[in-house]
Design a protein. Structure first.
Lengths: 152, 152
DNA sequence: TGTTGTTAGTTACTTTTGTAACTAACAAGG
DNA sequence: CCTTGTTAGTTACAAAAGTAACTAACAACA
């Protein structure tokens, strides 16, 4: 019997791509992102970074771009662009900080607060659907494991 | 006591971003990707899509771009660009298929096979480190859950 | 053969991201 | 005050990804 080149290269003990966690992470992140965020984008014209920033502002109250950037691990240029986009949508206002005139206090305006409420409601619905899909126990386990991986 | 605007917007039952699975997926995927693939890129000058294609070819033997695209869920333009890059690196050769002259058989050349061996060894090392970090049981559980999320 | 519809792969164009360099403001020390 | 060094945020440029339209080849059928 003739062995093909894949057999030669790949003894059976060499592992499948589907056993490679970073690959699976990517696949899963993309798939979930497509379900939620692309959907959201089409409906509300918001980019992922934008609603992340929105979410942080809504959740934590007024913050500077720097604080958002650190707390969300988003690069400052990305935050800067998202802030401008949200400002153009009248979702937030900036006020130069009195103590340090380099930085700005960002705060949600009423339309931004409204968008935030809709966004977090959608997020909760999504999360509930996921729990139904995976089961409560596994959904929780997944979040726990992802948190552990997200830190380093 | 004065409540701040975040309290008004956000009764305590509204959930944290850190309870939102797509967010955690993204954070984890980015963090892991930075550890492995960025590293690999700097060392071997290969883009993520490129080593994904390489991996598929190494694992499954000769394939067409279409087959890779389907089996890896990578858009065909991305595959096309990765194939060209790998060809320029002399990692693979294309042969127009005799049965259907639209499609091409892609096969790894020796340098590509060598790169693939190094790549899969690195991937295995990485996976082993992850198992040490999470524990064997949790690492397996994570892969299982990610697979379930990656499908839909 | 000629027409219509489909498919593999590429190319052109647009959007988004990453990287580096920049501006303006601050801070500490001389 | 006047360096020197640092920081918040922006901008300019380059790299990557997504989208759409294209070419060449096929297939089926009149």
């Amino acid at each position: 019997m003739i062995k093909n080149s894949a057999d030669d290269l790949y003894p059976d003990d060499l592992f499948e791509l589907s056993a490679f966690t970073p690959y699976l992470l990517n696949q899963a992140a993309e798939a979930q992102s497509d379900v939620f965020s692309r959907n959201y984008r089409d409906r509300y014209g918001m980019l992922r970074t934008e609603w992340r920033v929105l979410f942080h502002l809504g959740r934590h109250g007024d913050m500077s771009a720097k604080e958002i950037s650190e707390s969300a691990s988003i690069h400052k240029t990305k935050v800067s662009r998202a802030v401008r986009a949200l400002e153009e949508k009248r979702f937030l206002a900036r006020v130069t900080s009195a103590e340090d005139r380099r930085s700005e206090r960002l705060s949600l305006r009423p339309p931004g607060q409204e968008a935030f409420r809709r966004l977090s409601a959608a997020a909760q619905d999504y999360e509930a659907a996921l729990e139904r899909h995976l089961g409560k126990r596994d959904a929780r386990k997944l979040r726990e494991l992802l948190k552990r991986l997200g830190q380093p």
